[in-house]
Design a protein around this ligand. Structure first.
Ligand code: NAD
Ligand code: MG
Length: 386
């Protein structure tokens, strides 16, 4: 029986994780489930999985949450601190699947207690990669990437020496606007951006896929997690989303990871690691697929990719500020305050403004440094006119 907690359990990754637990309930004891606005889902899952504690991010929802689980003898709490406290509870395995910088503290708390961290929250690595990895090393915690591309690289590297890796290629579907003419992108709306051709994901990551900010985040994640230099990390457009990543070695050999576009594969891999267990995901028939296609990803069409390279090369607080500026740019696009192409302009302007102050080039020593940088970048990004 493994004790597990799921942060962001009501979201797309959280629900897929619960569906895997549902298929083998006697193997898991759920400690914490957390969500945001959707307490209906949280309550439904609490009734089914009987965790020790349920937490909503929103304090105003606590009375309703408490009332809804009172007959179950399950604790209910609310707010940022409550989520952090829930992440201090001893467990064997944690799914970090809150969206945004709010997922960082649960990720850090999970590794501090030596748990295995299944990391879907990409913001943890982008905003605080070195800190998270240092904490994991100090507390002998294992981090398993859940983002499909990084799970793919991780699997391709099993039994390999990282020193023999020449290049890592992360594939990108191209998102909702892959086939749109560049000139039309200026008018793209949030509703159009949130329909992904291949993957079913949360709203924010889906829009980030259309703008290629998702891939930009993933390039930075790759650098942080695998400790590979920027020049060895590539991205290419692969519309079928079946080849998730390719690792090239110094003998010219390459290992590609291929699978259906279904997050249950990488979540299941992280849940069962180091063993493999049968998963109920589609099996590919190559004779039906016929061919894989690949195209170059254009830095001019996708400025997010160019910005990611700058962030990877500069290190320090560049990743934190990039993540924050992107988060705010996305909020403002969803609120129809700025246009689709303005998101990259906003992120670049925030980074340039902060760079002029010299504040991005200091090394964050702890969580407080990261949170301070986040606060400063957030204020600038919210007030900037683009
Ligand atoms: P989602 O929007 O479907 O779910 C997000 C979860 O976070 C929900 O449970 C929500 O209640 C919670 N949440 C939102 N704001 C919060 C806050 N301020 N405090 C606490 N909880 C909050 O998102 P998702 O698609 O499941 O993605 C989750 C994370 O995994 C993201 O970082 C995303 O980039 C990453 N990821 C997702 C996918 C995917 O296929 N969905 C793939 C790779 C990586
Ligand atoms: Mg991904």
């Amino acid at each position: 029986m493994r004790r597990i907690s799921i942060f962001g359990s009501t979201g797309s990754i959280g629900q897929s994780t619960l569906s895997l637990v549902r298929s083998d309930p006697s193997s898991y004891e759920i400690v914490a489930l957390t969500g945001g606005q959707n307490i209906k889902q949280l309550v439904k899952d609490a009734r089914e999985f009987r965790p020790e504690i349920v937490v909503t991010a929103f304090r105003e929802l606590l009375p309703a949450l408490r009332a809804a689980v009172s007959d179950l003898g399950i604790e209910a709490t609310a707010g940022e601190l409550a989520i952090s406290e829930a992440a201090d509870r001893p467990v064997d395995w944690v799914m970090s699947a809150i969206v945004g910088i709010a997922g960082l503290v649960p990720s850090l708390n999970a590794v501090k207690q030596g748990a295995t961290l299944a990391l879907a929250n990409k913001e943890s690595l982008v905003a605080a990669g070195p800190l998270l990895l240092a904490q994991a090393a100090e507390h002998c915690a294992t981090i398993l990437p859940v983002d499909s591309e990084h799970s793919a690289v991780f699997q391709a590297l099993l039994g390999e020496d990282i020193a023999s890796v020449e290049r890592i290629i992360i594939t990108a579907s191209g998102g909702a606007f892959r086939d749109w003419p560049q000139a039309d992108l200026v008018q793209a709306t949030p509703a159009q951006a949130q329909t992904h051709p291949n993957w079913t994901m949360g709203q924010r990551v889906t829009i980030d896929s259309a703008s290629m900010f998702n891939k930009a985040m993933e390039l930075i994640e790759t650098k942080e997690f695998f400790g590979i230099e920027e020049r060895r990390i590539e991205t290419i457009i692969h519309p079928e989303s079946l080849v998730h990543a390719i690792v090239g070695f110094n003998d010219g050999g390459m290992i590609a990871h291929v699978g259906p576009p279904d997050m249950c594969h990488s979540i299941g891999f992280a849940l069962h690691y180091p063993t493999r267990r049968p998963l109920d995901v589609a099996r590919l028939d190559f004779t039906q697929i016929g061919q894989f296609s690949f195209f170059a990803a254009d830095d001019v069409r996708y400025p997010a990719l160019r910005l990611a390279r700058e962030v990877m090369n500069k290190g320090n607080l560049w990743g934190t500020s990039f993540n924050t500026a992107k988060e705010v740019a996305l909020d403002r696009f969803i609120a129809c305050e700025i246009g689709f192409l303005d998101m990259a302009i906003l992120v670049e302007t925030v980074l340039n403004d902060l760079d002029k102050t010299g504040s991005l080039n200091s090394e964050p020593r702890d969580l407080q440094d990261i949170l301070n940088a986040d606060k400063v970048a957030r204020r600038i990004a919210r007030n900037l006119n683009v």
